[in-house]
Design a protein around this ligand. Structure first.
Ligand code: FES
Length: 137
């Protein structure tokens, strides 16, 4: 596993996403209310560009006429056939034990920590006063 600096936090405001290419893989970085998630852009069903799909929430119902909406923006719906994946786990909502999109460990680190550490950003300069999104691939 290698750590890669892929963006500043300013590049991905809450509710937004950024598609990056790391080591030949396309990876979508999502900011959901200030939490960041990274998943493969390849849908495990038939290979669609999953990260172009809509972010949705969870609708649950215990009986007709009674609905509860939660987890706003934490599920990613594939644009081809509508399968939904949990950004926290990568698991398919309908078949969590069988189908999963590849997810990646992600951290937000200060430019100061990056400049002083062993990690180098190869595609853009790192400034001490900024915050950066770092993923492990
Ligand atoms: S390719 Fe994503 S649901 Fe079919």
């Amino acid at each position: 596993m290698t750590r890669h600096v892929v963006a500043t936090v300013d590049d991905i405001p809450p509710g937004q996403r950024l598609l990056v290419r790391v080591g030949g893989r396309e990876i979508g970085i999502f900011n959901v209310g200030g939490e960041y998630f990274a998943v493969s852009n390849r849908c495990p069903h038939e290979g669609a560009s999953l990260c172009k799909g809509r972010l949705v929430g969870l609708v649950e119902s215990s009986e007709p006429g009674s609905y509860r909406f939660s987890r706003r923006g934490e599920l990613l719906r594939c644009p081809w056939h509508g399968w939904e994946f949990d950004l926290r786990t990568g698991k398919s909502w309908c078949e969590p034990d069988r189908t999963k999109v590849r997810s990646y460990d992600l951290k937000v680190e200060s430019g100061g920590a990056l400049v002083e550490g062993e990690l180098q950003a190869q595609t853009f300069p790192v400034l001490i006063e900024k915050q950066y999104v770092v993923i492990e691939v």
